[in-house]
Design a protein around this ligand. Structure first.
Ligand code: ZN
Ligand code: MN
Length: 488
């Protein structure tokens, strides 16, 4: 296999479910896990003679994402019918956008090995409605649940700019973070809020000639893992197939494949010679949308610093590791919480440790975000400063953190006092205790002062004695200094 050099070419189509209160063309509530066909009305059931009404919030969300993805936003946009003859969308067409999508020609940044961001071009961003769901669990027949029909979806299509499965995954991760930051989607994979369809092929070099393998589209992936694995699987499969058959893109078949998660392989679904004819035409029931300046300015004001930009800034500005910065910026509210605490004047790395470890653990236990724990960033900053100044040990801080989210009114200092967690750093007080320890252990003192092999071990032993006498509350750094001064 390895005698063939190959390059990987992947483009991605993503459907993101928007978190509007109601469906895109009717007043039915968007809610997950309801009894089948309980969230439907004549409009989303596709009854004859009913009229759709555009959900303004869905358009605003779509424009916001298009702006965040650096797209040119259409000032004039319209809605088109895409012929779709399946039972899960009973009106026999899907309302989508064809030639005037909400956004075109954008890009999204993903991290790359060089430390710079790599730009993946965005071809288009458009709004459309979701279909219902066919259910095949009832024996010899199928059922249709139309609760999902009419859910607003944002379809985002990238150019084929990704060159590995890892990059494809990274794009999906960044996009999930962006739509969450913007508050336009919960982007919950388990609920199918993001669905991915990668287009994959290879450029193989054989005897100095380049060949392109036929393009494969893998349908309907709903986890980062399935997305990454399926692309990796396709890369290996296409290379094998090319070596075996020599089949190239020019020979004309584009196929769609499904992902078999249990067996971790793609399965052929359809081979088609040409693009299907969807017979798009403008929907006569919906008026086109004109974006006014004021509308656009209002939406623009909701843009925020994007997660990857924030992550890179944290590395630069706060000298955090890329890993720490990535954990902090995964959720917007956590990142903002962190920055508020740092602005109080605490050491960023200390605050980061408290937020991403102690407080994140408490948040996970409660099933909420750090910002929703109820403890203020100011108190977390105080706790961080107490650790820096050795008023409490790093170990004691976990106890203080745990109490601080239960007892929201008390300061970390009050909690530390109450739980006897303040470290003793008073030199004269500790000196008395050190003197006692030295008097009680003449052999160890002898071992230290003689400077022999046992010296270090004896020093550690004496430190341990002082810690024991203070029930672990002595500041070990101060004790070591006193010991060094007394024993040389
Ligand atoms: Zn409805
Ligand atoms: Mn679509």
């Amino acid at each position: 296999m390895s005698q063939f050099k190959h390059k990987v070419v992947v483009g991605l189509e993503i459907h993101v479910q928007l978190c509007t209160k109601t469906k895109i063309f009717c007043g039915c509530a968007l809610s997950f896990g309801e009894p089948a066909n309980s969230r439907v009305c004549p409009v989303c059931l596709g009854m004859p003679g009913v009229l759709p009404v555009m959900n303004k919030q869905a358009v605003k969300y779509a424009v916001l994402v298009a702006l965040a993805l650096n797209c040119q936003v259409a000032e004039f946009t319209k809605w088109d019918r895409k012929s779709y003859y399946y039972p899960d969308l009973p009106k026999n067409y899907q309302i989508s956008q064809y030639d005037l999508p909400i956004g075109v020609n954008g890009f999204i940044g993903i991290p790359s090995d060089s430390g710079e961001t790599k730009k993946i071009r965005i071809l288009r961003v458009h709004l459309e409605e979701d279909a219902g769901k066919n259910v095949h669990t009832a024996g010899n027949f199928s059922q249709v649940d139309l609760n999902r029909a009419g859910t607003p979806l944002l379809e985002i299509v990238t150019e084929p700019d990704m060159t590995s499965a890892a990059e494809v995954r990274e794009l999906a991760v960044q996009l999930q973070r962006i739509v969450r930051y913007l508050g336009v989607s919960e982007a919950d994979m388990q609920k199918g809020h993001m669905r991915f369809e990668p287009n994959i092929n290879l450029t193989v070099t054989k005897n100095d000639t380049e060949y392109k393998t036929p393009i494969v589209e893998v349908k309907n992936l709903n986890s980062f893992r399935a997305l990454e694995r399926s692309v990796d699987y396709e890369i290996a499969r296409q290379l094998d197939e090319f070596i075996e058959t020599g089949r190239t893109l020019e020979m004309g078949t584009k196929s769609t494949r499904g992902w078999d998660d249990a067996n971790e392989l793609t399965v052929l679904q359809r081979e088609k010679e040409e693009a299907p004819d969807y017979r798009y035409f403008p929907d006569p029931d919906l008026v086109p949308v004109k974006l006014t300046r004021q509308w656009l300015d209002d939406i623009k004001s909701r843009l925020c610093e994007l997660p990857l930009t924030k992550q890179m800034r944290y590395v630069r500005e706060y000298e955090l590791s890329d890993y720490d910065a990535g954990v902090l910026t995964a959720e917007r509210s956590t990142a903002e919480f962190f920055e508020k605490a740092v602005k109080v004047g605490s050491d960023p790395k200390r605050v980061c440790n408290l937020v991403t470890q102690d407080y994140q653990k408490l948040a996970n236990e409660k099933g909420c975000s750090v910002a929703d724990l109820g403890v203020s960033p100011e108190k977390v900053a105080q706790l961080a400063t107490m650790i820096t100044e050795a008023i409490v040990s790093a170990t004691a801080s976990s106890t203080i953190a745990a109490v601080s989210v239960v007892d929201l009114n008390r300061t970390p200092e009050e909690i530390a006092k109450e739980h006897n967690l303040i470290q003793k750093s008073d030199v004269s007080e500790l000196e008395t205790i050190v003197d006692q320890a030295l008097a009680e252990n003449p052999e160890a003192v002898e071992d230290v002062t003689s400077g022999g092999k046992k010296s270090n071990k004896a020093r550690g032993f004496l430190l341990g004695q002082v810690m024991q006498k203070t029930k672990g509350q002595a500041n070990p750094k101060v004790v070591s200094e006193i010991l060094a001064r007394k024993l040389g």
